[in-house]
Structure formats: structure tokens, C-alpha cells
Design a binder for this molecule. Sequence first.
Ligand code: DMJ
Length: 645
Amino acid sequence: MENVPYTSIFVTNTPDSSQDSSGTSKSISCRRNWNRLSRLQKSFILMLLLIVVSFCLITTTFTWAPDPSSVAEDDLLRNKFHALPMSHQKPSVAGRDTHGSAFSRNQRVPSKAGLPTISRQLQPDIEPSRINQHQLLAPGGRSQELQHQAAEDIRSVISLDPVIPISKLRKRQTKKPTIITMQTDYHRLKLDGPQNHRQQEVVNAFLHAWNGYRSFAWGQDHLRPISKTGQDWFGLGLTLIDSLDTMYIMGLQKEYFEARDWVDNSLSFDVNRNVNLFETTIRVMGGLLSAYHLSGDEMFRQKAEDLGTILLAGFKSPSGVPYSDVNLRNRAAHGPSWSPDSTTSEVTTIQLEFRDLSRIVNNPIFEESAMNVSRHVHTLPKIHGLVPIHITPGTGAFRMTSVVTLGARGDSYYEYLLKQWIQTGKKIDFLKDDYLLAIEGIQNRLVQRTHVSNLTFINELENNGQVLRPKMDHLVCYLPGTLALGVLHGLPQWHLDLAKELLYTCYLTYKRQPTGLSPEITFFNTEDSAKQDFWVKHNDAHNLLRPETVESLWYLWQITEDKMYQDWGWEIFQSFLKYTRVEHGFTSISSVLNPENTRPRDMMESFFLGETLKYFYLLFSDKPIFDLKTWVFNTEAHPLPVYDH
Ligand code: DMJ
């Protein structure tokens, strides 16, 4: 035995090689025994066999799951909603008290050079031994293994009760080691659904709005909740797309996946319609990008790329400053019928989205087209860092006779200076410099105080920058949030003082109206003879369910940790419930001045779900949900990742 190789021993002992005549004789004796049995005995044995075989078959069928490697993630997602119960179940409430350039797709998995900030954060969470060459080199943005893991997650979500928050579902997967699952893990988001009474009330409000939209305007841009019809502006399902990330953040899985399937199967850009470049970018592209970053669902990235490719037509002007409108089908771009000009805030508020698109599809054309506009606007002469609200794509020049305002058509120029600087890792100095100059200009030229209560407000500037007009759009109330965000990122502390003063004024524009809701426009009094701080023109008394004040309350609460801002928000939220909630949704109203006659307008704007309710939800959270150093919210409240360059 000592010289016989091990393999030989193994071979000589296999059952096959031991088959001989004794095997044949065993089978003959078996047959004899069988023939000796009575018919009853044979039937009993056969029946037993049948039961055992059936049991095995049934067990195998119900426990079998396809190998993840053979199941496309998209297929899983597509089928997901249909596996969920149709009846909605409210999420549970825990408490009782209370909104390319230079990196390739493959680099989304950590590598050493040129990492976006998001990937850096990942590194400590990944066990090096689990990152292999296959993961790093697999195509498609995320490695195949990551995609399979995401598919696993999605399958788990499918089969469980929708009440259970997404992050908890993940925690339950103990069988398989998790490497990286959904994009949410990249950013350590805790999306556990409402955690207190206030958040639960916001989710209830969202569901009320959503159910109205779902029943009467599904796939259309807006809901008319009183006439129970839909309204189309661009024909792109604005409300649905604006709501995707809100639902994801609120943990509304059933609603999210139903909407996700509509985007996958029914959203078409082959429409003979002129769409506004800015609105389509911030609402549709922004909504798709954010849904992509939160869910990791490749379908959203593809749709965003399809849309971005069409919208590039807007930039084909002599100066590169885009035209306001693009025809989605023939890709012809032009200005509005009434003017050769574009709006300053519009042409300077598309850069976050186009840049993010370039980064995720590894094609610099989107970022370059949009960034050229910012570079160009940087070179233009300004008024103390402030910009007129019209710009001509033909010449690339500002229309200097236009108004300077932090409100309509001027607002987000200032916002995107700061947010672009943050998005690119605070490395592009001219963005910060222009922002700082503009805030100085605001403080020195536009800020004034009322006579009666010393309230801070921001004037408009007319007649070539010569005349101050004490008129403030509700839109201006985004500014406190932006100012505070800048301070969080190291900009001068006095910006926060201005933010607090201005936000107090914005809050009072709600509180001092008999409905507790702010009008669209407020005029302020600075004269010694004034008896009141501000007043409202009859034609400006409407409320469109806008988000700006709530947005700023959220930033101020998150950055200062002062709960007073949450309480102010709660007051405002209840006024929305009282005066704008109707049987099938929420409606804008024509007057905040008369609680007895608010004159509902029968219109629920997409930003009510995309922004206002999202900001309320974030504001009422016990702890911050998003880290404002790693996420930057676009002007339509869609969170995008911060990169390191
Ligand atoms: C939104 O579409 C965006 O917030 C935009 O920047 C301004 N207007 C609306 C909301 O009021």
C-alpha cells in the first residue's frame, strides 16, 4: 500500500468500479420481493413514493431563486411594483411628537487617483480583501458584483412589507456579506421613514397630494385637484419626476417603484413640444439624476443622458449663452416669442445638473457647454457684483436696462455660484469670488430695514441701477438658506447674521397674514411715517405653494441647530394644511389676505411635492438626514453628490 498513489486508492474505491455480478443479483432479488407483495401493499408503497416526490418538487419550486448573475437589475426593478400589494400601507411611526471632466465610470468604485468626494468617503467602509480586480474593471458605472448586490437588495425589498424602511431591509440581509449595496450606502443616508409626528404629518400630506395626482393626472405635468384633471406644460410628467427622490427619502417604496416604472416605460422625449431649458433641466434632469444617485438604478442615468443630449441644442447660439426654449423633437432652439433675450438666472442655473451628468456618463460635453456660460458671465460687467435679469444669446451681453433682483429671473444666479463652487470641491475660485462680491453688493446696495420693526429686506434695483424699489418676491426667501450654506463651507460669518435677519422677515410674511401664508410679493415701508412694516398689492396676494422659506428654515435649522426654525416651519405647514388642502390634493390660492375667500386656483405645482414637502420632511427630522458637505441640493431640491474637483 505504501507505494500506491493516493489517486489510485480513490479510484479503486469508487462505487462504479465495484459494479459486478453481485449488483445484478441484488436487482433480481428486489424484483422478486416486489412481485411477492399484494396489490394493496404495492399501491401503498407507490402512494408513499408519490407523496415524497411531490413534496420535494413543491419545496424546490418555492425556494428557488434565480442566480443574481442571470437577472438584470433593470428587470428586477421593472417587476418590482407588481409584486407589492396594491393597497397602500402607511409607514410606521416611532415616536408620538412630531422636505467629465476627468473621471471614468469605473472610478465610482474606489481607486486612488481623481476620486470624487463620494468615493473617498467609501474607502473606510470597504474591506480591501473584498475589492478584487473584477469589481474594479467591470463596465457600467458600478461593478457587476455591485449591480448583483443591488439586485439582491431590490429582491428583498420586493418580497417584504412596504412599511419597512429601506435601510432596515438591508440590515436584515445577514446571509450574504454586503460589499456596497445601493448608492445610499455610499453616503451613509439613513432613510428610515418618518421618525416623529411632524414628519408623519408631512408624509400624510405628501400621500394625499400624490394620490390625487395618481388618480387624476398620472403621467401629466400637474394636477388640477379641484376639477380633477391633469395639466401639461411640457408633457414630461413633471410632478412624477420631481417627486421621485422625495418618495425615496420618505421611504414610500410602493409609490416610488410605481413612478419609477412609469419613467422606464412611458417617459418619452420624442415630443413635438418647446420646453424651457432651465425648467426641464432643474426639474426633469435634476429629478432623474437625484433618483439615480439615491437608488443606483441605471435606468435613471440613461434617461438623464437621453434628455441632456437633446437639451444641448439650447446652447447653439452665437455666444454660447443658451436660448430659453428647445423643441424636443426637432431640437430647434429659440427665445420666447415676446423677446430675443434669455433670463439670467435660467442660463446660469443649469450647471450643477449638466456637470453631474457629464461626471456620471463620462462625457465632458454637458459640463463644458454649461460651464462655458458661467465662464462667459463671469467676464461680463456687473453692478457691484449684481446682474440684470436679461441676457442676449446673440451677443452674450446683459440687457443693462433690466431690473436687478434677488427674486424672479435673478435669484438662482447667486445660488449656483455658491453651489457650483461647493459641487466642484471648492476649487474654482472665480465662482466663490463672484459670489462673495455679489453678497457684498446685496448688503451694501440692496439691504434695507423697515421703519416700524427694523425688519431686514432686500430691494430691487431699477433704471440702470439707479432706483431702489422696496419690493421682495417670495422667491428671495431662498437666500437665507444659501447664505447659511456658504458659512458652513467657510465663508464669512456675517453672512449668517444676514441670513437670520432675512429669514425672520420671510417668516413674518407668513405669520402676519390672516391665513398664515405668504403672498407672492411683499412691499416694505422705510418711511418715518409708516404704520406697518409691509403691505401686499391685491394682484400679488397669491400663494403658489412655493418652497423658498421652508428651504431656508431647513438650512438654518440644520446649520445652527436652533429648533426655533422647526417650530416656525410647523406653523407654516399647518397653514398650508388649513388653506390649501382640498379633497384631492393641494391647490395654489389667489389670496392669502382673506381666510374666508382664498379663491383656490385649482393647480398643484410639481415643486410642492418636489421641494416644499421634501424640505418640510427634512426640516422636521430629529437629526440631519443629508450631510451638506457631501451633498448639494439643486435649485429644485434634488440632492446631488459633491465631487472633489
Ligand atoms: C422652483 O422651480 C425652483 O425653486 C426655482 O429655482 C424657483 N421657482 C420654483 C419654486 O418656487
